[in-house]
Design a protein around this ligand. Sequence first.
Ligand SMILES: [Zn+2]
Length: 399
Amino acid sequence: VLEKLQDIAIDLRRVLSGLEPDRLSTHQAAAVVEAAAEVERLAGSIKLLAASRASKSRRWAAEGHRSAAGWIADKTLGSFGDAISTLETSARLDALPQTAEALRRGEISPAQAKEVAVATRLDPRAEGELLEVAARGSMKKLKERARDVAARSGSKQTEIARYRAIHKSRYLRHWSDIDGGFRLDARLAPDCGARLVACIDSEAKRLADEAESRGKSLRPEASKADALVELVTSAGPPAGRARSRGAGRGTDSVVVRVDAQALRRGFVKGTETCEIRGVGPVPVVTARRVLGDSFVKIIVTDGVDVKAVCHVGRTVDAHVLSALEERDRECVVPGCEVTERLESHHFLTDFAECGTTSLDGLARVCKRHHDLITYKGYKLTGGPGKWALVGPRTRAQGP
Ligand SMILES: [Zn+2]
């Protein structure tokens, strides 16, 4: 089987490299798309059928992946989410012999098999009728029927069982897009989801109103994203909470790894890195900014050697922090009177290399001004009693 597949791949590569769509008639192009779609579908079915068994080989671990899904995503150059659903469906096929058979005969697509696998979790007896709908082709019809299957069971026991199954399969996953964008995906019991959405919506409205009062408008999706972060993180830094429980083992902190050179320069060059462990690359200015957060640990490296580990929240003397809170009761930017959710800004760069943990290098600013300083080129100068916010071009005071 393997050799045959490898031969097919070689043939396909030949076809691909010789393809010149402009030379085809439009009708020929349509036929080519159709044939290619079939090849894609059949190859997908092969992958789907073999995925679950392949995941048991541990080859993914040997190749340095953290999970079988990561390995599949890497092989297909596809998304992590797709890889997970491929694996889940593949594992379900043992219990769905008719579906596996339909795949083998090329009658249904991998996408259709995924729908059947999900729907039959609610009603295993529905496999046959779902496959009939699938064989007739339309994905939309199949989804409709799957929803019918879910809805019709109708007894107190099945309702409870279905709810429990959803709750049992709950998850929260995250990964990074190629450009470093952070992505989140969750599956929750419906009532938990509803509570979450209600909270996010109301916080999003508050943030949108606040932005509007400053003459800015926020896209609805953007304000919801901000609301999620705001709601979750404003409950307090995880390390702080761990400490108050007397734990403080440091397992719950954000770990940033950055080259010393990059940290000094302000951006990465060449092979230098600046990344949050488990999430991905971030701009150096972001790393500098989060230095003041009590739950962030920064590992400064010099090539491969670790030069210093800064754990501001733990190494800054509690007295220094209290003194700072006492000194800067509101955002230090002249004219700004924000007192809520202030962030520690360390305006001396030496601090970024654990040079000092004294009060001298620290100031508390509001989130908006911290943003301006971090991302818009503003600088905080002066010192207690004579703070000034210098704009990127003008020498004007704060906006
Ligand atoms: Zn401010």
